[in-house]
Design a protein around this ligand. Structure first.
Ligand SMILES: [Ca+2]
Ligand SMILES: [Ca+2]
Length: 229
C-alpha cells in the first residue's frame, strides 16, 4: 500500500515537479491529502495550457456544421412514415390477381368448352356475370383479354322478351353500344339467342372483335366475366 501510494505520488510529482527522489515513509493509506494537494497545483497549468491550444487549432465551426445535417435527416425521417402510409390504400389493386381492372370493374377470362348457360354459371361462381360492353373503349379492353388461340368467347348479351327479338345485357345495363360483326345478328335458324365476341384466332381476321349471335347450346372455348369489386 505504501508503494502504491508512492507510485501515484511519483506519477503526479513527475508531471508536476519532474521527480520523486525520496519516498515518504510517513505516507499512509489514510493520507490522501498530500497527493491531492500536490495534484492541485499541477492541474491548473495543464488545463490552462490545453484549452487555448484547442481553441486556436481546432475551430468549433466544423462541429456546428455537423449538427445541422443530422437535424434535417431526423425531420425527414419523421415526415416519411405518414406519406408511406397514406398512398398505401391508393396503391391497393381494385381487382385480385387473375382479374383485369377497367373503369372500376374486374374482368376474368374462364376457359373451357361450355354452352352459354354453363358460361353464365361459371361467372356466377366467381360473383360475376358474363361481360357487358358499354363502349368502344371497354370493347377494346375486353378483346385484349381473349387468349390469342381462341376463336370466340361468350359475352353477356341475350335475347329476351316476346319473340326474343331484342338483345339485352345480363347486367341490366342499357344496350347503348354494339359491335356486331358484318351481317350480324342474323339469328340463323331463328335460334341464336346468345352472343359471343370473335377472338384473335377467328378464320376471318377482319371479324376479330366483332359480335355474333349464336345458339346458346353452342360450345365455346371461353367466357369473359365482369363484376363489381
Ligand atoms: Ca361492362
Ligand atoms: Ca349469328
Amino acid at each position: 500500500m505504501a508503494r502504491s501510494g508512492c507510485t501515484l505520488t511519483l506519477v503526479v510529482l513527475t508531471l508536476a515537479l519532474s521527480g520523486c527522489l525520496q519516498p515518504n515513509p510517513d505516507f499512509q493509506p489514510d493520507d490522501p491529502l498530500p497527493p491531492a494537494a500536490d495534484a492541485a497545483p499541477v492541474t491548473p497549468p495543464l488545463d490552462a495550457g490545453a484549452p487555448p491550444a484547442l481553441d486556436l487549432a481546432s475551430p468549433p465551426p466544423p462541429v456546428v456544421d455537423a449538427a445541422p445535417p443530422i437535424v434535417p435527416d431526423l425531420v425527414a425521417r419523421d415526415l416519411a412514415p405518414p406519406p408511406d402510409l397514406a398512398p398505401a390504400p391508393d396503391l391497393k389493386p381494385p381487382c385480385p390477381t387473375g382479374e383485369a381492372a377497367f373503369a372500376g370493374h374486374c374482368y376474368r377470362v374462364i376457359e373451357g368448352w361450355m354452352s352459354y348457360p354453363e358460361a353464365r354459371q361459371a361467372c356466377k361462381a366467381q360473383g360475376a356475370l358474363p361481360v357487358s360492353i358499354g363502349s368502344a373503349t371497354e370493347a377494346a379492353a375486353v378483346y385484349a383479354l381473349i387468349p390469342k388461340n381462341l376463336q370466340a368467347a361468350w359475352i353477356g348479351l341475350i335475347r329476351t322478351g316476346d319473340g326474343k327479338k331484342a338483345f339485352v345485357w345480363e347486367s341490366g345495363e342499357p344496350l347503348s353500344y354494339t359491335a356486331w360483326a358484318p351481317g350480324e345478328p342474323n339469328n340463323s335458324g331463328y335460334q341464336e339467342d346468345c352472343a359471343e365476341v370473335w377472338g384473335p384466332a377467328i378464320s376471318n381476321p377482319s371479324l376479330a372483335g366483332g359480335w355474333n349471335d349464336d345458339a346458346c347450346s353452342t360450345l365455346r372455348a371461353a367466357v369473359i366475366c365482369e363484376r363489381t369489386p
